[in-house]
Design a protein around this ligand. Structure first.
Ligand code: NAD
Length: 310
């Protein structure tokens, strides 16, 4: 059965109904898709049911009921388990092709490997990691970085355009996940440099509001100065919906990718070491913007400690 609004066959499945997946469910329902959800958490399933999704008891049932499946899971290991583990897409099924759109911030090599497993079974996997947070997921204005062949990208477009405001096809399968890791490495580093900029500017006698207004009109601005500081840091809200744990994961992925590809990036590596060290101060479920409160006065990275008066 084809939905006349969307041109997509049958229901869209969403596996992973967390901060991002739930927002995607809301958007897809609003856009006229029939949505079926699955999460390991009953609480998240209840939320998705309230948002208009039908809930199934297992991933196996979801794969059976949907031609198109969106994944919004914590890590590459979760994606691998869902696609190739017990009751996963590669574990039996009816032989009919499925389109899997993986919006998880995952790992390029894992994604390419999964593509190698699924393609001979007739399935399509594209990576479409996202930027824009729960607000972007709820409003259908996510930024999406998509990896896949031209033909597979075209097949996914009706769903991608429902979820995304800015969609960039960045290369073959796995390329989206590479771009997302690079993007988040910059976000993580910008949070650290912006917090240092605030400390330096205010130490030099400038009011913080004036400093931020001027920086945002100047060439030193970034999404961190324009969005994160006003929306989540300055007002003490720290409720962005993206956690320290997930950002530390992204920084670990960036460091691992650089090591694997033998790319020297000393500045980003220092940022990576500071993010790793932040686990001593902030729990995994704390808001990622809390890093701006990280007291970097100790020898966290093997560098010379900075003390007052130096
Ligand atoms: P989250 O932890 O809120 O949600 C993940 C959900 O997956 C949870 O509800 C969990 O119960 C569920 N889950 C885990 N294993 C499962 C399984 N085997 N089967 C079914 N459900 C399972 O995470 P999130 O913030 O929604 O992020 C999801 C992904 O999107 C992550 O890879 C994250 O890095 C990325 N991301 C998040 C944001 C953000 O602002 N939150 C922004 C961009 C990208």
């Amino acid at each position: 059965m084809t939905n006349s609004n969307t041109g997509v066959n049958g229901a869209i499945g969403v596996i992973g109904l967390g901060n991002m997946g739930l927002g995607m469910v809301r958007t897809l329902v609003r856009e006229g898709f029939a949505v079926i959800g699955f999460d390991l958490s009953g609480e998240r399933q209840d939320e998705a049911a309230r948002a208009g999704a039908a809930i199934v008891a297992s991933q196996k049932e979801l794969f059976k009921s949907c031609d198109t499946i969106i994944l919004s899971l914590p890590t590459a290991a979760h994606v691998t388990a869902v696609l190739t583990g017990e009751g996963g897409l590669a574990d039996g099924g009816d032989g009919a092709p499925r389109l899997v759109i993986d919006t998880t911030t995952s790992e390029p090599d894992v994604t390419r490997n999964l593509d190698q497993i699924l393609r001979p079974l007739g399935h399509i996997l594209i990576d479409a990691p996202v930027s824009g947070g729960p607000a972007g997921a709820n409003s259908g204005q996510l930024t999406m970085m998509v990896g896949g062949s031209d033909a597979d990208f075209a097949k996914a477009m009706p769903v991608l355009t429902a979820l995304g405001g800015k969609i960039t096809h960045v290369g073959p399968v796995g390329a989206g996940h590479a771009v997302k890791i690079v993007n988040n490495m910059l976000v993580a580093a910008h949070l650290l440099t912006m917090s240092e900029a605030i400390r330096l500017g205010t130490a030099a006698g400038v009011e913080v509001e004036h400093l931020i207004s001027a920086l945002n009109a100047g060439s030193g601005r970034s999404a961190i100065s324009e969005v994160n500081y006003p929306k989540w840091v300055m007002n003490g809200a720290f409720d962005s919906g993206f956690t320290m744990g997930l950002m530390r994961k992204d920084m670990r992925l960036a460091m691992a990718l650089a090591a694997q590809k033998n790319v020297a990036m000393p500045v980003s590596e220092l940022a990576g070491a500071l993010w790793a060290k932040s686990a001593d101060a902030f729990a995994d479920d704390a808001d990622f913007n809390r890093i701006t409160e990280f007291e970097i006065t100790t020898d966290a990275t093997g560098m010379h400690p900075i003390t007052a008066g130096e």
